[in-house]
Structure formats: structure tokens, C-alpha cells
Ligand binder design. Structure first.
Ligand code: ADP
Length: 489
């Protein structure tokens, strides 16, 4: 496993230094597969956060003034170091997060792709020039780095969520203070070590770590600071709303990627095998712990039984176990709270008439493993209809009328992802057009690519990550108005 987990025990990364908490307090990071302690990390708070803000603030002028080519070169080296260390990083991720090693290594490779993408974006920042007709002036419209950025990330994709924020911020010329999730801080620290090796100057990337209670203290310190201009957060809608409230004090700019409750619609003419494959990857990858995972699977009555049967057969074959076992296809959930939530949703659905086709309970390998589950006869009264599951449960709803299913699909305050499966692509596209979501997959369940703008509508968030919009989140538009020379002179 990545040597870092043991060698840098108890330290985080502030102002280019590996530092313990001022109080010397630590908290354990555990492996969700067996509960063993992998490392102890510092339990930091307001003081360390203020130090990180000061370091980032000091680093800002020279980082912003560094040529975009030089910033890009550091990012490219960082990406290469991720690839060179993908196996070790993957093992570390599996140990702290639980996902199968192949998925973990895949996430490291994706993270490297994100960094490379933004290394390129750094070199393609365009402004505009316009005429200001009433004033007889020229306007130069330029994009400038927004300033010091705070990033708060979740545990489900502990490397991809970090790089998707940090890389565009750095590319734009902004220093970052990152607070990774308390369940998975080790990958963030390992990424910082690689960034340091890639030549990132001191203070440009700072990592502050705290447990669940300290998360609120760290983020409040970030939100109250007039030296932090932007917050990029991925996590629950509840915490996102809290942060929106806190942002008012300093009018902080926000990029928020919050919860989802994705509908997946299998139309009457769908290729059932393609739809089953789509559900398998979108619902059971990362044990269903994805904000874009389909939460409500609406299947046309004509193909409902066939779909349910084929999906159940495939789901029964999913091998559950320790992510380090090469045969494992699905690992544990992240913690007991996650298991309790999934079990509660299944029990609620069964109590209201759902039938379990497979799974439904905690699984054999350990207390945090949940059996891959398929539920038939799901109805709108069930909690699984209105609340994000974040677990390996596919709930099948039956529909007859398309208009009715579109209304049902949109009957949520979330609007992150949606999926439509149907052979007639033009027709599927018509359905997709009516869905209130930031991203819609048509006969496609993978929505994650550095070129795809990622983000949601309604209460699923504000802003977009990846693509050229990703870097724009970390830029302000500045207008410089230059008076034209008078024709009389
Ligand atoms: P989840 O329930 O999936 O863990 P959260 O929204 O709780 O999602 O967590 C996402 C990130 O938000 C994590 O880094 C976590 O530490 C952080 N967080 C949790 N509570 C707060 C809070 N009160 N203020 C700011 N950040 C928080």
C-alpha cells in the first residue's frame, strides 16, 4: 500500500509543510471492509484553517502571475505522477473507501485526465474586445483568477472530486484550501504529496483535515474569511444549503454539486439488454454511492417483467467482497450510517408493498456490506422515490403512459442526472428534452468525462464542473473601458 499512509501519519499539508494539528489531536481512518485502522490523521480546526488561508493568500499574487504555460507544465507533471503511482494510489483508495481496486485505479486515471484537461484549459483562456457604442469607447473583457478558493469534497470519489476542483482552480491561477471528507482524507494527502513533487509552490495547495465535528468549524472559518473568494463544494444538499447561508456574509461565489434522485426511463421500444447493462454500471458501481446513480427506474409495462428478470439475474452475479480481492465487483458501503439508510429504505419499501427480487439485507463479508438488491413494484409513496439511496438498491416502478412517467420523473426537487433507454433515438431525445436535469444519458449510463459539463438544476446545485465551464468557475470577468481618441484631435 502507498507508503504515505504510514509515513506521514498524523500530518496534513499547509504552507508547503507537513504539519500536525496545533492541539496534536488525531482521529483514525478505518477500512470499511474490516474496520481496521489504516492511519491516524490530524484533527484540525480554526487555527490551522486560518494558517492555510494566510498561506494561500500570500501565494496568490505569484501563482496568478506565473505564466499559464508554466502552470500547465506543473499540472501535467502532477497528472503523470498520478499515472505512475496508480496502483499504489488505487490500493490506498480501496483501503479507505472500499471500492474494488480496478474501480479505484480507474478513478486515479480519470483524475489524471481531469488534471491534463485543465492543464490545456489554462493555456486557452480567452477574453473579448467589444465596442461600447454610447460612450465611444472600447471594452476589453478579460478573465482573471477569482482569488483564494476553498474546496470541500466528499468520500465517494475521493480523488476525482478533489482533482475536478483543484485542477481547474490551479489552472486559472487560484490557490486552494482543500478540506477532504473525514472518511477518506488519505488520498487527498497523497495527491498533495505528488503535487509538491510536481513542483507546485508552497501555499498554492493546502489541505486541512478534521473529523465530522471539526468539518463544521473548518468550513465556517473558510466561509467567514474575506480572503477566500470562492467555495466549491460537493456533498449533500443539506450541507450545501447551510453553506449557501454562510456565503451571504462575504458574498462568496459558489459552485455546488449536491444530491441527486435520478430517474431512469426504460421506454417500450428499449433494447432490454442494453438497459440492464446501463443500470448495472450506473446503479452498482461504487456500491451505488454516486449522486448520478439512478434512484428511480421507470420501466414500461410491456417490458417490465423481462427487464426485472434479466436485471435480477445479472445483479445476483455481482461478487461482493473486500475491494482488494481481484474477484470483487462491489465493496462495502462507507459507514454504518450509510448501511442504516439503505436498510431503512428497503424496509420502508417492503412495508409499502415492494417485492424483493434479490438482496435486501446486510451481506456476508462484514457489517458494512449490503447485498446488491432489486425491488419490484415500487410506488411513489415509498421513501426510495423521494430520497437519494446512495446504495446498491434498484427500485423498479412500472409505467404505461409516457406523459405520466415524465411528470413522475420530474416530481422531485433534485435535478442532477436522468437516463432514457429506447431504440428510437429521436423519440428518446424528445423524452430527454422534457426531463429537468443537468445531464441526460440516452442509451448511455456513463456521464463522467472531462469534456462533459457536470452539474445539476433545481436543488442539485449551482455551476458546472469539467469542460471549459469548469475553469470559468474560478475566473471573474473584468471589463476595462478605454476611451477612443476624439476625431477632432
Ligand atoms: P455525506 O452525507 O455524503 O457525507 P456531506 O455533505 O455530509 O455528505 O459531506 C460532504 C463534505 O461536507 C465532507 O467533506 C464533510 O466533512 C463536509 N461537511 C459535513 N458537515 C459539514 C458542515 N456542517 N459544514 C461544512 N462542511 C461539512
Amino acid at each position: 500500500m502507498w507508503k504515505f499512509a504510514t509515513e506521514a501519519n498524523g500530518k496534513a499539508f499547509i504552507a508547503g509543510q507537513w504539519q500536525a494539528a496545533a492541539s496534536a489531536a488525531t482521529f483514525p481512518v478505518t477500512n470499511p471492509a474490516d474496520g481496521s485502522v489504516i492511519a491516524n490523521v490530524p484533527n484540525m480546526g480554526a487555527k490551522e484553517t486560518q494558517d492555510a488561508i494566510a498561506a494561500a493568500h500570500d501565494a496568490f499574487p505569484s501563482w496568478a502571475a506565473t505564466s499559464s504555460k508554466d502552470r500547465a507544465a506543473i499540472l501535467e507533471t502532477w497528472a503523470q505522477l498520478l499515472r505512475d503511482n496508480a496502483e499504489d494510489l488505487g490500493e490506498l483508495m480501496t483501503a479507505e473507501q472500499g471500492k474494488p481496486l480496478l474501480e479505484a485505479i480507474g478513478e486515479i486515471m480519470t483524475s489524471a485526465d481531469y488534471i491534463d484537461w485543465f492543464a490545456e484549459e489554462a493555456k486557452h483562456v480567452h477574453g473579448e474586445t467589444a465596442d461600447a457604442p454610447s460612450q465611444n469607447a472600447t471594452v476589453q473583457i478579460s478573465r482573471e483568477p477569482i482569488g483564494v478558493v476553498a474546496a470541500i469534497t466528499p468520500w465517494n470519489f475521493p480523488a476525482a472530486m478533489v482533482t475536478r476542483k483543484v485542477a481547474p482552480a490551479l489552472a486559472a491561477g487560484c490557490p486552494v484550501i482543500l478540506k477532504p471528507a473525514e472518511d477518506t482524507p488519505l488520498i487527498a494527502l497523497a495527491l498533495a504529496e505528488l503535487a509538491e513533487r510536481a513542483g507546485l509552490p508552497a501555499g498554492v495547495l493546502n489541505i486541512v483535515i478534521g473529523d465530522r465535528a471539526q468539518a463544521a468549524v473548518i468550513s465556517k472559518t473558510l466561509m467567514d474569511s474575506t480572503d477566500v473568494e470562492k467555495l466549491s463544494f460537493t456533498g449533500s444538499t443539506d450541507v450545501g444549503k447551510l453553506l449557501i447561508g454562510q456565503s451571504a456574509k462575504t458574498v462568496k461565489k459558489l459552485a455546488l454539486e449536491l444530491g441527486g434522485n435520478a430517474p431512469l426511463i426504460v421506454l417500450e421500444d428499449a433494447d432490454v439488454d442494453v438497459a440492464v447493462k446501463g443500470v448495472l454500471s450506473a446503479k452498482f458501481m461504487n456500491a451505488g454511492q454516486m449522486c448520478v446513480a439512478p434512484n428511480r427506474i421507470y420501466v414500461h409495462e410491456k417490458v417490465y417483467d423481462e427487464f426485472a428478470q434479466k436485471l435480477t439475474e445479472a445483479v445476483k452475479d455481482i461478487k461482493v467482497g473486500d475491494g482488494l480481492d481481484p474477484n470483487t465487483q462491489m465493496g462495502p458501503l462507507i459507514n454504518q450510517k450509510a448501511v442504516d439508510k439503505v436498510q431503512h429504505q428497503v424496509d420502508d419499501a417492503v412495508a409499502k408493498g415492494a417485492e424483493i427480487l434479490c438482496g435486501g439485507h446486510v451481506s456476508q463479508p462484514g457489517t458494512l456490506f449490503f447485498e446488491p438488491t432489486v425491488l419490484k413494484n415500487a410506488t411513489p409513496e415509498m421513501e426510495i422515490k423521494s430520497q437519494e439511496t446512495f446504495g446498491p438498491v434498484a427500485a423498479l416502478f412500472k409505467f404505461r403512459e409516457e406523459a405520466e412517467v415524465i411528470t413522475q420523473a420530474n416530481d422531485t426537487r433534485y435535478g442532477l442526472a436522468a437516463y432514457v433507454f429506447g431504440r428510437d433515438e429521436a423519440h428518446a431525445a424528445e423524452v430527454a428534452k422534457q426531463l429537468q436535469a443537468g445531464m441526460v444519458g440516452i442509451n448511455e449510463s456513463m456521464l463522467i468525462d472531462e469534456a462533459i459539463p457536470f452539474g445539476g438544476v433545481k436543488e442539485s446545485g449551482i455551476g458546472r464542473e469539467n469542460s471549459h465551464f469548469g475553469i470559468e468557475e474560478y475566473q471573474e470577468i473584468k471589463s476595462t473601458i478605454i476611451k477612443k481618441k476624439s476625431p477632432h484631435i
